[in-house]
Design a protein around this ligand. Structure first.
Ligand code: GLN
Length: 247
């Protein structure tokens, strides 16, 4: 493949509203790892009041947000974006959704103080908030690439429960994950990757970044040939955190 002629079009949904813990760094990581390989990356932010034409993009990123921001977005989702996102998911577009963005792809979120947020139902899952938050560094297996683990940071009151139509991203090795009870973390459906892992998810776990890029490339070009990169710094950061969490 001639990488120089290739372009991946990334849609950053609600970049100004859903951006807890520097979640936008994941978009920078996706972009850099494309550029380092001589592949074009185009990033477009689409926020409240702007029309989403999902067919224009190959990969979607949705960061985390607090309950307040999630409630604020409900009318904007209902005004058109929800249908576009559901169609893009069914069409096999690649998604990375974090925490509040992850919950938003599900059926509903009932906050710990009883607010009912009916979300878009792109994924067969729901979330119920509890007063006690699940906070801290954590680790889980990344089942798309057997033998690899993700190190991350979680902070959520919502407990997410997966329906039979989705599988988890992996199993919790340390920390809480989806709900602190059933040992699952995140959700996978078609080409959607959803997780509670905030912030430096992709910089610290380049294997996840490349899995996303390979998924989007395969969907667009029929194949993915991603050159290996020098990941010494990333791998050292990953190994240090893994040692702290798992010994
Ligand atoms: N509001 C959600 C919760 O607390 C998501 C928070 C977040 O994105 N960190 O469960």
């Amino acid at each position: 493949m001639n990488n120089a002629k290739q372009t991946l079009r990334i849609c950053h949904l609600y970049p100004d509203v859903l951006n807890l813990y520097g979640d936008r760094g994941n978009v920078m990581c996706l972009t850099r790892r494309l550029e380092w390989r001589g592949i074009n990356a185009e990033v477009t932010g689409v926020s409240v009041g702007e029309t989403l034409y999902a067919a224009d993009y190959d990969l979607f990123f949705i960061g985390g947000g607090q309950d307040f921001e999630q409630e604020v977005l409900l009318p904007d989702l209902a005004a058109g974006k929800a249908a576009e996102i559901v169609a893009a998911v069914e069409d096999g577009k690649t998604f990375l959704a974090i925490c509040g963005g992850y919950q938003m792809l599900g059926r509903y979120y009932k906050t710990w103080d009883g607010q009912q947020c009916d979300f878009i139902g792109a994924l067969d899952l729901y979330t119920v908030g509890k007063k006690t938050r699940m906070i801290g560094n954590y680790a889980f297996s990344f089942d798309d690439v057997p033998g690899t683990e993700v190190v991350g940071f979680e902070n959520h009151s919502g407990k997410t429960w997966l329906g039979s139509g989705v599988r988890p991203m992996g199993k919790v090795l340390a920390g809480h994950g989806n709900n602190g009870e059933d040992g699952t973390e995140g959700a996978r459906y078609k080409n959607v990757f959803a997780t509670y892992s905030h912030g430096c998810l992709l910089p610290k776990n380049p294997v996840v970044c490349d899995a996303l890029l390979a998924t989007a490339f395969t969907r667009k070009y029929g194949a993915a040939e991603l050159e290996p990169l020098d990941d010494d710094i990333e791998n050292n950061a990953h190994a240090a955190m893994k040692k702290r969490l798992l010994g």
